[in-house]
Design a protein around this ligand. Structure first.
Ligand code: NAG
Ligand code: NAG
Ligand code: NAG
Ligand code: NAG
Ligand code: CA
Ligand code: CA
Length: 356
């Protein structure tokens, strides 16, 4: 480390060997050498609005050395000497970013640095930029969930992965990248960090979540609805299912004299566009609804309550859990053209959790 630092190579270049504590921004420590090259003092000038530390030092103590020791510091104001002391103000911005804040002030002098790469905001995803570190002359300290020199990479494959990395993380929107670096671009999801015993549930919304009336047509699949997922392609969602141990989606059909699966009236379409002829709560391929699994349907001859075709309000609902087929991409219904025949569909958000 020492060999890489040249104290006094340029008079205004200062190098420190210890990390500066970033208590204001993060608990991370920015280690290693910091080099800043200061411009000559600009006498009678003062940079207002950006002072974060106000020190009183001896007149022979160089204020700019203190600046180098504080990771956020990129410029200084030096006050007039009073009894062998001067005020040394450290600022976290400079005259390049905020020329309007540079103001005349008698007895003071301002010093900025020659080069501030942080001005161009190289740190992505709300990372914090620190000037003067590394050979790139800046260092990014990333926010939670990001890594890489410029915080350009998402660290987590899923919300469960994120939760595994930090059990204290709270629910909210996060960026995930289920197929890792390269491939599909990272995308933003909602992480529910309390559901399912706090395992970290990735929740994907769509445009057909509200209870929707099905009315006015007869014939198998005469009513259809395409489902559009928010902020994620089906490729993204497929990669999410492959890194998750469980995925699920709630599905419900409320009916009045409207058959659901019987005689192929209705079905749902999987992620890979196959027609799925079983309903939530039933096993894949069974051709049944939940009630059909334990023979509790309204008419025991049929595998769904709605398939009784009764002039009565019925419903079939439950969770779809076959992660190789989820999420639902389309819904089809029939048998809702008669005067009183109708139904309502409700499709829940798509949720995945656990690590595969
Ligand atoms: C810093 O302290 C000096 C002396 O107490 C004072 O004159 C100056 O206004 C202070 N600056 C800021 C930004 O608080
Ligand atoms: C950055 O922070 C702002 C304000 O807190 C927030 O609105 C925005 O979504 C964040 N951007 C990213 C990429 O995290
Ligand atoms: C799904 O069913 C519809 C209507 O019967 C049919 O047109 C379509 O070809 C089927 N799709 C597949 C992939 O079998
Ligand atoms: C039958 O299955 C349904 C749906 O899963 C459930 O609500 C009901 O309690 C079950 N009934 C019996 C008798 O097991
Ligand atoms: Ca990727
Ligand atoms: Ca009917």
């Amino acid at each position: 480390m020492a060999g890489r630092c040249f104290l006094g190579l340029v008079l205004l270049l200062v190098c420190v060997f210890w990390g500066a504590w970033l208590s204001h921004i993060t608990n991370a420590q920015v280690d290693g050498c910091r080099r800043l090259k200061f411009l000559p003092p600009d006498d009678g000038q003062y940079l207002a609005e950006h002072v974060f530390l106000n020190l009183t030092i001896g007149i022979y103590t160089p204020c700019h050395h203190r600046c180098v020791m504080e990771s956020r510091c990129v410029s200084i104001n030096i006050g007039p000497p009073v009894n062998d002391k001067v005020v040394c103000e450290l600022s976290d911005s400079d005259h390049i970013l905020h020329p309007q804040h540079l103001k005349p002030r008698q007895g003071w002098s301002y010093r900025g640095i020659t080069e501030n790469p942080c001005v161009s905001n190289p740190c992505l995803n709300n990372g914090t930029c620190f000037t003067g570190y590394t050979s790139k002359k800046y260092l990014c300290v990333c926010t939670f969930g990001f890594k890489g020199e410029n915080c350009e990479k998402a660290t987590a494959l899923s919300c469960s992965d994120l939760k595994n990395g930090d059990p204290t993380v709270s629910s909210g929107n996060y960026v995930i990248d289920p197929d890792g670096e390269g491939g599909l671009v990272p995308f933003t999801v909602y992480c529910d960090m309390t559901d399912k015993n706090g395992v970290g549930v990735t929740v994907i919304s769509h445009d057909s979540e509200s209870r929707t009336h099905v009315k006015g047509c007869d014939g198998a699949g005469c009513y259809s609805r395409h489902i559009h997922y928010t902020g994620a392609s089906l490729f993204h969602l497929a990669s999410l299912t492959s890194v998750s141990s469980h995925c699920e989606q709630f599905i419900k059909y409320e009916c009045y004299a409207s058959m659901l699966l019987r005689t192929g009236q209705g079905w749902w379409v999987s992620r890979d566009y196959s027609n799925m002829t079983y309903w939530g709560g039933a096993s894949p391929g069974s051709g049944k609804c939940a009630c059909g699994m334990n023979n509790t349907c309204a008419d025991p001859k049929y595998g769904c309550n709605c398939d009784a075709n009764h002039k009565a309000r019925r419903e079939d609902s439950g969770l779809l859990t076959d992660k190789t087929k989820l999420p639902v991409t389309q819904l089809f219904f029939g048998d809702n053209g008669g005067r009183k025949e109708h139904g309502y569909h409700t499709l829940g958000k798509f949720k995945c959790y656990g690590t595969a």
